[in-house]
Structure formats: structure tokens, C-alpha cells
Design a protein. Structure first.
Length: 279
């Protein structure tokens, strides 16, 4: 099997993504319950006991809710930054490895490089994931598109990126004013409009698929996020890019990176690399 990515679920009620290559299956976040993540894995014919590692982006419950139970039940090592570990406060996971921003962790050919992104949780990270069949950019909770984030995404082939809310729907949202301000702030969540501006101004030439993640059920509509993204792509002549919408309730379409067969880049010598053990 080549490199495949499936967002098992994404939204404020829980986030989890499966990345597979050969015999390696990695979960990015386990924000759904252990039982629900297991059910969705089994629906994809993936045995929960086959999960090799869990990578945690940040400590908010919609990214960690099921991680402790899943890790203990299936004896899976968990990778996270020190800031995430301190904020989460879980101490009874059998095996924990530290992630360091800008340092590559090699998991049997899936090379994760975490980078910090602006969000209201300690040491929140996204990932550049270098695989034998291309590069994935992954960032689902983004306050604002920073220059570092834009650079991290520049040569990616697939982007899993937040499209949380429509600005007007957030403005008239039933949420409290303080909550609306947090969501719209630089450490909150990315709007459809902000993502569209990124696409028109900074989308890398190698991108062939954009996966829209963390859509709000209250402040967004999948059709709005889809149209906003497609219009931005059309405005910059990028008819070669596929758009995939994620859901809170069921797995999204599986992305097969082998379809595009891109060439792997050389990693700059300034980036450190660590081979980390896992079962």
C-alpha cells in the first residue's frame, strides 16, 4: 500500500486523522472517543491494534479526548511537545515521546516535522509530513496564516487546513461576544475568507489537493466552505487542485498520494532529524 490519508472526523466535537504507509498507521489526534475512533478505523478495514503512533497537535479536548484511553488500550506511543504534555496533564500513558518544533521524527518512512502555529493552547503545532509519495501540510487550528506557516506549506502536495467559519455567520452567531472574538482572533480559528486569501496569494505550485478541516457546525456550512475554496482556486487559475470536505460525523474521502507521484525534496541540513522508536 502507498501513502494514504483519511480524516476520520473533524470539527469542534472531535478530530482524528489516519495516515498510512506500508505497515505503518499513524493517528494525528484522537479527539473522538476511543470507541468511535476504533469504529471508524474498522470501517476502513484498519485494526485499531495496528496503530503505530499517535501524534498530538495540542491539548484541547477536541484533539485529545480519546487519546489516553486509545493509547492505553492498544499500547500505542504518543508523541507531543513539552508544552502540550504540561497543559494536557495526563501522566499514565505508558509510552510518551517528545516532539520538538523543526525537528523531524521518522516513523518508518513517514517523517513528521512539527512547526508552531498560532492558537490558544500551549505549543500548538502543525506538521510537514515528508512521505515517499509527496509532502503533506497539516494544520487544523490556526488563528492566522503566518509567514512561517505559509513557508511550511509552500512545497506541499496535499494540504489539510482549517476552514472553520464564515465571517458573516460568526458575526450573527448565537455564541457569546467573548467567544466570537476568541474564534476570530489571531489565536483562534481560520475563516473561509482567510483561507481563500491564502490560496489566492500563497498556494504552492505543487499542491494538488486541499482538504478543508475543522468546519464549525454553527458558524459555517460545508457548501459555503467548498464554494469559497473553489472560487479562490479558480481566481488564480488552479483548476488542477481537488477539494475535499471533512465532516464531524463520518470519514472523509481517502487521499492517495501516489496518484501524483511527486519528487521528494532534499531536507535542508539545518533541520535536525530524530528516528524515534515505536512498536
Amino acid at each position: 500500500m502507498g501513502v494514504e490519508l483519511t480524516v476520520l472526523g473533524s470539527g469542534s466535537a472531535g478530530n482524528a486523522t489516519l495516515l498510512s504507509y506500508a505497515d505503518t498507521n499513524v493517528l494525528i489526534d484522537v479527539g473522538l472517543s476511543c470507541r468511535e475512533v476504533s469504529r471508524r478505523l474498522e470501517g476502513l478495514s484498519v485494526d485499531p491494534d495496528s496503530i503505530s503512533a499517535i501524534m498530538i497537535t495540542h491539548a484541547h479536548g477536541d484533539h485529545t479526548r480519546g487519546a489516553r484511553v486509545f493509547a492505553r488500550r492498544h499500547d500505542v506511543p504518543v508523541y507531543m511537545t513539552g508544552g502540550v504534555r504540561n497543559e494536557w496533564g495526563v501522566t499514565d500513558i505508558p509510552t510518551v515521546y517528545s516532539l520538538t518544533p523543526d525537528t523531524i521524527s521518522d516513523l518508518s518512512g513517514l517523517r513528521f516535522m512539527p512547526f508552531e502555529i498560532p492558537h490558544d493552547a500551549s505549543e500548538t503545532v502543525g506538521f510537514r509530513i515528508l512521505t515517499p509519495e509527496g509532502i503533506i501540510g497539516y494544520a487544523t487550528d490556526i488563528g492566522v496564516m503566518t509567514s512561517d506557516l505559509i513557508e511550511s506549506f509552500r512545497d506541499c502536495n496535499v494540504l489539510v487546513v482549517e476552514s472553520n467559519h464564515a465571517t458573516e455567520l460568526l458575526r450573527v452567531s448565537p455564541y457569546a461576544q467573548s467567544t466570537r472574538e476568541r474564534i476570530a482572533g489571531d489565536s483562534g480559528h481560520l475563516s473561509n475568507e482567510a483561507l481563500a486569501a491564502f490560496i489566492q496569494g500563497h498556494l504552492g505550485p505543487n499542491v494538488r489537493c486541499v482538504v478543508l478541516a475543522h468546519l464549525s457546525r454553527v458558524n459555517n456550512v460545508p457548501e459555503l466552505a467548498d464554494v469559497s475554496c473553489r472560487e479562490a482556486l479558480a481566481a488564480c487559475g488552479r483548476t488542477d487542485v481537488e477539494v475535499v470536505i471533512t465532516s464531524q460525523d463520518f470519514p472523509a474521502k481517502t487521499i492517495d498520494l501516489g496518484v501524483w507521484l511527486p519528487t521528494m525534496p532534499t531536507v535542508a541540513g539545518a533541520i535536525r532529524q530524530t528516528a524515534l522508536p515505536f512498536h
